[in-house]
Write a protein that binds this ligand. Structure first.
Ligand SMILES: C[S@@+](CC[C@H](N)C(=O)[O-])C[C@H]1O[C@@H](n2cnc3c(N)ncnc32)[C@H](O)[C@@H]1O
Length: 211
């Protein structure tokens, strides 16, 4: 929630898409609170067993990636690694239980830059830890097409987090300014500070709205 500065009042009546949702707990948590939320990811084409394995792998990858990289991480948000690990174990369980029940319902298989949804199907689309973060392997064209596609299926706002890349120097991806320039005549692009931060410099999101 804090990655995208979402509060319950703002979310009321929203039809939410979590794009590239992976094994995160946003969809189970929100879905179980009664929000209308859909998660999209290529991994949802896999059966329950494989997705469960993927979820456990993601957890181990995260722990491995961050051990020894403390200087690139802002621990003040999670307080310490133990707190972060406990939270992640809980999220992992929540996701797996929910996926088992709602595969093919809340969890839709798909892949940017093309989405299996109709124009304006959602009022809010979120995308975390895919665009900008992996700017070394996902090229600029992919970023531009993916954002335009998310805007196509969204009547309200698209929000993207974080804006930094994996290099971890706290600098924004250089695609951020290019996207702002390229979309400036079509939509309103704003960079907004958020409470959540884990990677250094990772306390901003991009908010994109039709004019
Ligand atoms: C680092 S995970 C982030 C998951 C989640 N959004 C989060 O913040 O925890 C990146 C996710 O992007 C998904 N992904 C990879 N390529 C994709 C694409 N072309 N379109 C949509 N999702 C993609 C992966 O399967 C993976 O689940």
């Amino acid at each position: 929630m804090s990655m995208f500065k979402l509060d319950p009042e703002f979310l009321e009546e929203k039809t939410i898409l979590d794009c590239a949702a992976g094994t995160s707990s946003f969809t189970p948590v929100m879905g179980n609170q009664g929000y209308n939320v859909t998660a999209l990811d290529p991994i949802y084409g896999l059966g329950y067993g494989l997705v469960e394995e993927r979820s456990i792998d993601d957890f181990h990858t995260l722990i491995k990636a961050h051990s020894g990289l403390e200087h690139k991480v802002d621990w003040s948000f999670f307080q310490n690694s133990k707190n972060m690990i406990e939270e992640r174990i809980e999220s992992c369980k929540e996701f797996i239980d929910d996926y088992k029940v709602f595969k093919g319902l809340r969890y839709v298989e798909g892949k940017l830059p093309q989405l299996p949804f109709t124009n304006n199907q959602f009022s809010l689309t979120l995308c975390s830890h895919l665009l900008f973060l992996y700017d070394d392997r996902l090229d600029y064209q992919f970023h531009l097409e993916s954002i335009r596609e998310m805007l196509r299926v969204t009547a309200g706002e698209v929000r993207i987090y974080p804006l930094v890349n994996l290099q971890g120097n706290g600098e924004k991806s250089h695609f951020v300014n290019l996207i702002k320039e390229d979309l400036t005549h079509e939509v309103n692009v704003e960079l907004v500070e958020v409470d959540y931060r884990f990677r250094k410099g990772g306390n901003e999101m991009m908010k994109i709205k039709r004019e």
